[in-house]
Design a protein around this ligand. Sequence first.
Ligand code: URA
Length: 204
Amino acid sequence: MKTAAEVLNELAQGIRSCTLCPLHLHRKLAVPGEGPADAKVMLIGEAPGYHEDQQGRPFVGPAGRFLTELLARAGFRREDVFITNVVKCRPPNNRDPAPGEIRTCTSAWLERQIEAINPEVIITLGRYSMALFLPNQSITKVHGQPHQVNGRVIVPMFHPAAALHQERFKEPLLKDFEKLPQILAELRRQPPAADTRPQQLSLF
Ligand code: URA
């Protein structure tokens, strides 16, 4: 049987040469994501931006620097967590990813990354990522609260870029990250039932 690291490497190779949706036509580099295969915490952003497309790495621009700061508040180093996005290629002019692009990309790649890593907690950053797991929720109402979705624990949070552009999101985002160690400790006391874990995420 392949190790999680082997599976993730294979997925990353597939992502780098993926042509499943039109986003590949505009990319310089696809951005598979990065972090340890046995990460306990997985963060899912929206889509690569300019800097990520140039470097082939997630969250390396201003939002990424802020994310590193937020992680430090929670006692994590960036290298301790797995960071990826809903879609792996930059949408032209940073437009929103289209529903078809999201469906294609997540069923080909993100679902398999989640399965391979099997994290204790998934933090969704922004509404596109949250909508994969909690399609009918409002982020302003549920941010920072752990939700059990098909045997996975999801903590929706505001997107770091939103907090950089709008001051009112900053404080709640800082507070939500500060709560993360407590959420993990609680989960370890009372883990979610493993047998409810589905093979696939229910998307949209
Ligand atoms: N914003 C995202 O959602 N993802 C990145 O990788 C960078 C910025």
